[in-house]
Structures are given as structure tokens and as C-alpha cells.
Write a protein that binds this ligand. Structure first.
Ligand code: AMP
Length: 147
């Protein structure tokens, strides 16, 4: 193994979201993970799943952090398929280090609810906050309904 990452930055954006120092649209949390809306959504309903404990990405994450995140990814994804939310499929993305496409250095998984015939918007485009808020409410309701 030859992976010597930069030290974890406790002031990265997602650490601040975890500490509620900056706002986010939270849709689900359990003891180990938090799910909130991406504010530059590639599709409506684009969410991020993060561990509550620090790690930079998939490469330095513990097995427990990875398992907790994927458990939440699966739970939330299943809740979005079919009624009431209406997703037809799920795209899961995860990036590591700048060359791997990573921009925020706290492990995160992108959940992209997909609908028949849709296509991904370009990255790094600010979303409409009213649409993101409305999506977060629909997603929260679907997760609650799924139990
Ligand atoms: P990446 O590190 O490439 O996987 O991408 C980081 C993701 O974080 C991007 O999809 C951004 O749109 C998203 N993002 C950045 N800042 C925020 C924020 N304050 N709240 C929600 N999502 C964010």
C-alpha cells in the first residue's frame, strides 16, 4: 500500500455541515451517518451520504465507516424506488483525491435518483434552492414511509 494522504481538515465543508456551522437540507441520519442534499445537483434529488466520524475518502476509511455509509446508501436508495418518490433507478458515485474527481475531503457517496429518459446535468452548477428544499421534503417523506 502506498497511500499517504494529507491530514484530515477539520474545517472542510462537510465537517462544518456535521457541526451545523453551515446550513444543509438533511434528509436522514442514524448514529453513524448523515444524508443531505447536494446544492449543485446533477439530477433532482441528488444527495450525499457521509460518515459522522472523520476520514478523507474511501482510501483511508475504516471498514466500519464504509459499511455504515453503504448501509445508509442502500436504505435511502430503496426508499426512493417506486411510489411515493418515483425513482426508476439509482446511480451511485464516489470520488477519491483530486485526480479521481474529489473536491471535498470528507468521505461521501453521491446518490442520484434516476428516471427513465433523464440525463445528468453538468457538475458545479448551483441548484435552485426552492427545488432542492422541495425535493428534500419529498425524500424525507419517502424515507419515513419506507420505515
Ligand atoms: P466531490 O468531492 O467531487 O465528490 O464533490 C463534492 C460535492 O459536494 C459536489 O457535488 C458539490 O456540489 C457538493 N457540495 C459542495 N458544497 C456543498 C454544500 N455546502 N452543501 C451541499 N453540497 C455541497
Amino acid at each position: 500500500m502506498d497511500y499517504s494522504p494529507e491530514p484530515y481538515d477539520t474545517d472542510n465543508i462537510f465537517a462544518k455541515i456535521l457541526r451545523e456551522e453551515i446550513p444543509s437540507f438533511r434528509v436522514f441520519e442514524d448514529a453513524d451517518t448523515l444524508v443531505f442534499m447536494d446544492i449543485m445537483p446533477r439530477v433532482d434529488g441528488h444527495m450525499l451520504v457521509i460518515p459522522k466520524t472523520p476520514c478523507r475518502n474511501m482510501l483511508d476509511a475504516s471498514a466500519d465507516q464504509l459499511a455504515a455509509c453503504l448501509k445508509t446508501v442502500q436504505k435511502v436508495s430503496l426508499a426512493l424506488l417506486g411510489a411515493p418518490y418515483g425513482a426508476d433507478g439509482i446511480t451511485l458515485q464516489q470520488f477519491n483525491e483530486p485526480e479521481g474527481g474529489q473536491e471535498v475531503y470528507h468521505l461521501h457517496f453521491h446518490i442520484l435518483p434516476r428516471r427513465e429518459g433523464d440525463s445528468l446535468r453538468p457538475p458545479r452548477q448551483q441548484g435552485d434552492m426552492e427545488v432542492i428544499k422541495a425535493e428534500s421534503e419529498r425524500i424525507r417523506a419517502a424515507i419515513e414511509a419506507a420505515g
